[in-house]
Ligand binder design. Structure first.
Ligand code: ACO
Ligand code: OAA
Length: 375
């Protein structure tokens, strides 16, 4: 009989990886050995993609090569193009995008190729395609065209351009670029674990990523950023109303979205950067309301419950200030995390063993079959 496992597999080691590492007590995060505090704001998302998927920070020549591959990989095929009008307006953006990402497999030029080299090409294309799909989704539902990508802008700047229809201010593009770096990978989080379980059956890259998107959208994981914004906008009145909201929610036994973490028992190092960006954007936009609400909520939740904000908390006020619609916050998370998910699928395929844990059976073993007419 299997031993009882910790609920939610807490502290269980599910895979070996050299992609990222966390120290939950110290509040530290590394991508391939680089401390997040050293690289956030210093590397572009494209460099981060190279680091996660290909193992090293790129030379200029390698970065130029990857940038060209990403520009080339942006185009998606006829299946996603045909599906787009059907999925817009039916369900949430994450449901639509999960379906579109799944459909990308059909048109992928490497669809029949299960090699690691093909995995790498699919990984690059998926990173390039998702931001364009999110922009196409937004354009379709707003009844406008997606502006052409500007070759002078990276993934971050082009995304803001294509979502808002306006060329972003250089600082806005830099801030969003840093957000993408901060969300790119996080060890064995639920969506990455999902991707690795699927990959470990020797299933394909697109199946693994489709599953990961399904896991990310839940409010206990990536879906929390949207829930945080809904919380902030639902609070009427001034800052005192924030304290009342927190007390009411906790008193009713409900969780405050954007707080707590399975691994971090102190400040999430990504929140440190996002808090600063939230304040900077509050000043740049001249609207400090959601930043101030967030600071007040942070203090009250710490006082009342001893919990710290996670990555999703300040991301909400940052994305809002950048003009991103609230229901696209989790798709934005997916745009970034695509780099980590795909790196993990490659790593899993490179040294694979089926992931098949045991379960702790809690039912009886002595049931007797009875004919249907006598049950
Ligand atoms: C990118 C990401 O995925 S970051 C996480 C995003 N998710 C959220 O922000 C949702 C809110 N947070 C949570 O639900 C949790 O903190 C999780 C899911 C992130 C971590 O969950 P777990 O490690 O399983 O912790 P669990 O949910 O068991 O919580 C432990 C205790 O802290 C409490 N707690 C945890 N988070 C919160 C919260 N946000 N608000 C209030 N109480 C909380 C729980 O109620 C529980 O209390 P109890 O022991 O009195 O029952
Ligand atoms: O690690 C986790 O469990 C959740 C998280 O913060 C992430 O995926 O970025």
């Amino acid at each position: 009989m299997a031993e009882k496992s910790p609920r939610g597999l807490a502290d269980v080691v599910a895979a070996s990886t050299s992609i990222s590492d966390i120290d939950g007590r110290e509040g530290r995060l590394w991508y391939r050995g680089y401390d997040i505090h050293d690289i956030a704001g210093r590397i572009s998302f494209e460099e981060c993609v190279h680091l996660l998927q290909r193992g090293t920070l790129p030379t200029q020549a390698e970065l130029d090569g990857l940038t060209a591959e990403l520009a080339d990989g942006r185009r998606y095929g006829s299946v996603a193009t045909t599906l787009l009008p059907y999925v817009v307006g039916n369900g949430t953006p994450m449901e639509a995008l999960r379906t579109l990402v799944s459909s990308l497999a059909i048109d992928d030029p490497d669809a029949e190729d299960a090699s690691i080299d093909a995995d790498r090409r699919k990984a690059t294309r998926l990173v390039a395609q998702l931001p364009v799909l999110v922009a196409a989704y937004e354009a379709q539902r707003s009844g406008r065209e997606v502006p052409d990508a500007d070759p002078e802008l990276g993934i971050a700047g082009n995304f803001l351009l294509q979502i808002t229809g306006e060329r972003p201010a250089p600082r806005a593009a830099e801030i969003f670029d840093e957000c993408l770096v901060l969300h790119a990978d996080h060890t064995m989080n639920a969506s990455t674990f999902t991707a690795r379980v699927i990959a470990a059956t020797l299933s394909d890259m697109h199946s693994a990523i489709t599953g990961a998107m399904g896991a990310l959208r839940g409010p206990l994981h990536g879906g929390a950023n949207e829930a945080v914004m809904k919380t902030l906008t639902s609070i009427d009145g001034e800052e005192d109303a924030v304290d009342q909201f927190v007390r009411d929610e906790l008193g009713a036994g409900r969780k405050i979205m954007g707080f707590g973490h399975r691994v971090y028992k102190t400040e999430d190092p990504r929140a440190t950067h996002l808090r600063k960006m939230s304040e900077e954007l509050a000043d740049l936009t001249g609207n400090r309301r959601y930043y101030e609400f967030s600071r007040r909520m942070e203090q009250t939740v710490l006082d009342e419950k001893g919990l710290y904000p996670n990555v999703d908390f300040f991301a909400a006020s940052v994305y809002h200030a950048l003009g991103i619609p609230t229901d696209l916050f989790t798709p934005v998370f997916a745009i970034s995390r695509m780099s980590g998910w795909t790196a993990h699928v490659i790593e899993q395929h490179e040294d694979n063993r089926l992931i098949r844990p045991d379960s702790d059976y809690t039912g009886p073993h002595d049931q007797q079959w009875v004919e249907i007419s006598k049950r």
